[in-house]
Structure formats: structure tokens, C-alpha cells
Design a protein around this ligand. Structure first.
Ligand code: ARG
Length: 532
């Protein structure tokens, strides 16, 4: 009876060709082809394909990347950069005002280690002479390759030599307390390292609006701590300064947030809290999204609660943590080099590009030069899609053969589909067709209908992906869309269609499909080549 009533209500709705009540309690709906065609036409003409953008844009900071200065980027940083970049682009596309901040680890013990090792190797440099009052050299006393060799060396050496470790800790302390020569050396480390990081991130198509770091937060620590004490939130517990953050509804124990160690030193949480003080001062964000390995979850629970409780951020500020799983090798263990070491990001990228290059050369007749360039574009898609198509919190297996395959749920398959559409449109134009003069008319066969219905989901998918900050939903969508297109392509003569209006309608649907796919891969952070 209810279903019959619903059917009666829907009778006047032009969207449906058929509304049918089926016992015991179903309603089958069939969309009117004309209605769907008009909807898609509207989409095609509208800005952002008709996406309803935010009425009140939010100020959002996405904290991702998280590289540590002087240490090479390794694959542990890959996921943060790849997922963070996509989340940032999605939030921007939906209409928010978004700042990406890489939040460099630029203030810790690794700096003390480098200073100590430099002093051992080059004691004559002015940075170590406390009586030196002149100008320090403009040129850094090391190159990036030296820097990358110094850090692991010093780090290993300190583990075996207690006095060396002490010296490095002491150097860290003096750097943080403003020793002039160390600051100057630190500036060099920063400059050399950031230049290299920028190059690497550029290769990944990852860009940050802000290159701030832990060091930028330091000036906010002392006043923040004073205020926490004065307001009665921070108290001494076994020599350390802490703020309680447990809540009644907790199902497991959440330990207090540590603000200062018993020796007075600031911690990772202190820096993150002070960074929030700075962010509120600079942009007063409505939302801050953090991306790190999910093992840092407790840290962020403590920091978020502490920031709210102590009033560093207002109650209405949305602090979000996206914790991601590990990228594993085929053995199910965290991905390693063949020698068992930590894989450097640039080597991983080089490997995947090489594999792509081979595949492209294998079955195609393009020049080596073009194949190299295409391999870079497709390789990046393979890498990013391989990562992003998994729900972020899950671990996944880095499988170079699968990721670079042109078939299945992969980046290259998506790009291949786009390239196929481009090539049809290209031929259409060559034959004198005009892409702006085509209109979607409505379906003639099942596969066209399926493609149209897939295309019509775009808006909902983007809204959903933004709501859940979930790029994998966009991946799942474009995989379905690509499949729907390829089925349509195999079942339909497009360019050979004799009915002119129908041919134009097919072309119009291709134009829209291509645009959707291109917007989506841009939101994922990669692009399609012209040919492959
Ligand atoms: N540098 C840190 C690491 O390598 C990640 C920083 C993440 N961001 C933050 N605000 N804590 O683990």
C-alpha cells in the first residue's frame, strides 16, 4: 500500500519512464533516457560539471609530507605526500580555501648529529669558533650527497659512541638556544635539503603552499606553556609537565599529554601544539587535517584533546587525523630494497618508470624519447593509483607488475582509457567534426545507458570523497566509469555510425566521459599523456 502511494506520487515526475510496484515491497524505477541525457548536457555545460561548491568556504590546512630535513625522502613519506596532495586537491575543488603545509622535521636531534660530524671533519670552519663574530660564508660547506652521507653515518656512530651522542645532544641544545655558528650551519642544511626536497616533490607532482617546519613553532612554546600553567591545565607529574586528556567515554586508557620533559625539553607533542598556536594566529583555520602513519594516532588524539581543552583552538575547529597503513613488499613485510635497506623514494620512482618504459617499448612503435617521457607520466599514475585505490588506513602490497599493468584496476588502465577517448575525438575532429557542436540525446543500447548512468554519478562521488576525505572513492568510481566506457566502446560503432545525430550524441558522451576522468585524475594528482 505504501509502495502504491509512492508510485502515485511519482507519476508526475518527469525523471521516470516507469515506476513499478513489485510485491512484497519493492519499487522498480526506470529513468527516462531523455531526462538523463538532459542532466548530462547540463553537467557538460556547467562549471565544475555542476558540482555544488561550498556556500561558506572553510579555511583548511592540510599537514602532509612531513619530510625530515637532511634525511633523504624514503617510501615512508610517500603515502603522506600522495594521499595528502589528493585530499588537498579534493578540498580545493569542492570550494574551500586550502593551504598545504609540509611541516618539516627541521629541529631535532638529526641537526645536532650533523653539526657534530661536521665539526669532527672540518674543525677549522668558522661555525665552530665561538669567538668568531664575522659573516659566515654564503656557500654551504657540503653538497646534498655529502649531507645524505653524513646523517646516516653520524646516526650510526652515535649509537655506538656515548660521548659522541652526548656531543650531538649538546649541539642540538645549543642550536635550539641560538648559538650563532650553529644557526648559520643549520641555515645551510635547510637550504641544501629543501632544494633537494622540492625537486623530489615536484617529480611526484606534490606542491606545498607553506614550507614551514617544527622550527617555526619554537617561539610559541614558552608563552603557550606559561598560559597552560597559569590556566591550571598543566601540572607536574614525576618531574614532567603534563595535561590530562582522558575522557570518561574512553574505552582504553589515554595517557596525559606530555608538554615538557623533566629536563625541560620540548617534545613532538609540544611542537605540534605550538604549531597550532601559530596556525590560529596566521590563518585561524576551520579545519586542520594531518596525514601520517597510523602508528601516530595516539599522539594526535592527545594533541587534539589538549589543544581543545586548553583553548589553543576553539571547539568548532575540526582537527582531523588520517592515519595510513604500511606499504608492504610481496612478503607482507614493510617494503625494503633488495639488500634489505630502506628504499629511497627516488629509486622507487626510477624503478617504476623503468618498468613502464619497458612495457611501452614492448608493444608500441614510439620513439625512445617519447617512450621515456610517457613512462614518467604513466609511471607516476601507476604509483599513485596503486596507493590511492586502497582505503588509506589499510596496509597494501607494492606490486610493481600489477601497478604497471594496462589491465585491471590500475592507473595505466585509467590513462589508457583516456588516451583511447582522446584518439577517437581526435579522429572525429580530423574528419571535420566539431566537439563543441554535439549534444547527448539519450541511450540506444544497454552499454550506452550504463555509461550515462555512471557519468551521472560524478557529483555525488566527489561530495562523498570530500566528506570522508577518501580519495579511494574516486579511484573506485573512475574504474567503474572506465569499465562502462570500454564496454560501450566494444559494443558500439562510434565513428562509423551513419545516423549523424546519433554519432554526435556518442561523441558528446565521450567528451563528457573524458572530462570527468580528467578532473578525477587531477584530483588524485596525476595526468594523462596524449598517446601511449
Ligand atoms: N616529520 C614527522 C615524521 O617523519 C611527520 C610530521 C607530521 N606532522 C605533524 N604535524 N606532526 O614522522
Amino acid at each position: 500500500m505504501i509502495a502504491e502511494a509512492v508510485k502515485a506520487q511519482l507519476a508526475c515526475c518527469e525523471a521516470f519512464e516507469m515506476v513499478d510496484v513489485v510485491k512484497p515491497g519493492f519499487i522498480n524505477l526506470k529513468l527516462h533516457p531523455q531526462f538523463v541525457a538532459e542532466y548530462l548536457e547540463k553537467m557538460k555545460k556547467a562549471d565544475k560539471l555542476g558540482l555544488e561548491t561550498a556556500v561558506q568556504p572553510k579555511k583548511v590546512i592540510v599537514d602532509y609530507g612531513g619530510a625530515n630535513v637532511a634525511k633523504p625522502l624514503h617510501i615512508g613519506h610517500l603515502r603522506s605526500a600522495v594521499i595528502g596532495e589528493s585530499v588537498k586537491r579534493i578540498a580545493q575543488f569542492v570550494g574551500h580555501e586550502v593551504i598545504g603545509d609540509t611541516h618539516l622535521g627541521d629541529w631535532g636531534y638529526q641537526m645536532g648529529l650533523i653539526i657534530t660530524e661536521m665539526q669532527k671533519r672540518h674543525p677549522e670552519l668558522p661555525y665552530f669558533d665561538e669567538s668568531f663574530t664575522g659573516e659566515y660564508p654564503e656557500e654551504a660547506p657540503f653538497t646534498i650527497s655529502e649531507l645524505e652521507e653524513i646523517y646516516p653515518f653520524a646516526s650510526g656512530y652515535a649509537k655506538e659512541h656515548e660521548d659522541y651522542r652526548e656531543a650531538a645532544l649538546q649541539a642540538t641544545f645549543q642550536l635550539q638556544n641560538g648559538r650563532r655558528g650553529y644557526r648559520a650551519l643549520w641555515q645551510h642544511i635547510m637550504k641544501v635539503s629543501i632544494t633537494d626536497l622540492k625537486k623530489n616533490y615536484n617529480n611526484l607532482h606534490v606542491t606545498f603552499e607553506w614550507w614551514k617546519g617544527e622550527s617555526d613553532a619554537q617561539e610559541y612554546i614558552a608563552p603557550m606553556v606559561e598560559k597552560m600553567k597559569a590556566d591550571g591545565f598543566a601540572y607536574m607529574d614525576q618531574g614532567a609537565l603534563v595535561v590530562d586528556v582522558k575522557e570518561e567515554s574512553d574505552s582504553k586508557e589515554i595517557p596525559p599529554c606530555m608538554i615538557l620533559k623533566s629536563d625541560g625539553a620540548a617534545l613532538y607533542s609540544t611542537t605540534d601544539l605550538a604549531t597550532l598556536v601559530e596556525r590560529v594566529k596566521l590563518v585561524d583555520p576551520d579545519q586542520v587535517i594531518y596525514l601520517t602513519d597510523k602508528r601516530q594516532e595516539l599522539h594526535f588524539v592527545q594533541v587534539f584533546r589538549c589543544a581543545k581543552k586548553t583553548g589553543i583552538v576553539g571547539d568548532n575547529v575540526d582537527l582531523k587525523f588520517i592515519g595510513f597503513g604500511t606499504m608492504n613488499g610481496k612478503d607482507g613485510k614493510p617494503f625494503k630494497t633488495r639488500e634489505g635497506g630502506v628504499m629511497r623514494l627516488e629509486h622507487l620512482i626510477a624503478d617504476i618508470n623503468e618498468e613502464m618504459y619497458k612495457k611501452i617499448m614492448d608493444n608500441r612503435t614510439v620513439s625512445e624519447d617519447e617512450a621515456r617521457k610517457t613512462a614518467e607520466i604513466v609511471g607516476l599514475a601507476a604509483l599513485k593509483y596503486g596507493d590511492l585505490s586502497n582505503q588509506a588506513s589499510k596496509d597494501y602490497v607494492f606490486d610493481i607488475d600489477r601497478f604497471t599493468s594496462f589491465e585491471g584496476n590500475t592507473g595505466p588502465y585509467i590513462l589508457y582509457t583516456i588516451v583511447r577517448i582522446k584518439s577517437i575525438l581526435h579522429k572525429y575532429v580530423e574528419q571535420g567534426g566539431e566537439l563543441s557542436a554535439v549534444t547527448i540525446l539519450g541511450q540506444v543500447n544497454e552499454s550506452e545507458k550504463a555509461l550515462m548512468l555512471e557519468a551521472a554519478k560524478f557529483n555525488e562521488v566527489i561530495e562523498n570523497a570530500y566528506q570522508d576525505l577518501a580519495p579511494h572513492k574516486i579511484c573506485a568510481y573512475i574504474y567503474d566509469l572506465a569499465n562502462a566506457f570500454n564496454r560501450f566502446y566494444h559494443e558500439t560503432k562510434i565513428l562509423a555510425e551513419e545516423d549523424a545525430a546519433m554519432k554526435k550524441s556518442y561523441i558528446a558522451l565521450l567528451v563528457l566521459t573524458k572530462e570527468i576522468l580528467e578532473i578525477c585524475i587531477d584530483l588524485l594528482g596525476f595526468e594523462a599523456p596524449e598517446r601511449m
